[in-house]
Design a protein around this ligand. Sequence first.
Ligand code: HEM
Length: 119
Amino acid sequence: MAETLFDKYGGFETFTQVVTKFYQKILDNEQVEHYFSNTNMDSLIAHQTNFLAKVLGGPDKYEGRDLKTVHAPFNITAADFSEVADLLEEALDEGGVEEADIAIILSAVSGLQDKIVSS
Ligand code: HEM
């Protein structure tokens, strides 16, 4: 069986770092940081890491809520979605993920847009 992207880059250790960096970028970003003002970031990092692990073919430990239910109250725009996708791209790049694999991951993420954008 082909190696998963999750294993190729070192599993939970690497992706916890990537996701932590991703949310640092989000909290430093004027356009989107306000969405997270009432969020427990430690638990979000844990949920997002598990979510990404599942998307990348790793173990399914995701215990968060359904993405549509989570995001609906925030009225997220397509522009905000695109900004957040750019920050994920930067975090993956800085985490050492190759360009071709980043493209695969971002294409999986853009397939989730309908569940996240509601405004
Ligand atoms: C790029 C694709 C995205 C994915 C894969 C994603 C995934 C997730 C996941 C897995 C959670 C945790 C759910 C839980 O704890 O039960 C979450 C929470 C959250 N997401 Fe996203 N998300 C995305 C985009 C966005 C965007 C664009 C925004 C806003 C600009 C956003 C705002 C939030 C907020 C505020 C929470 C925390 C909600 C809370 O504290 O209850 N997300 N997201």
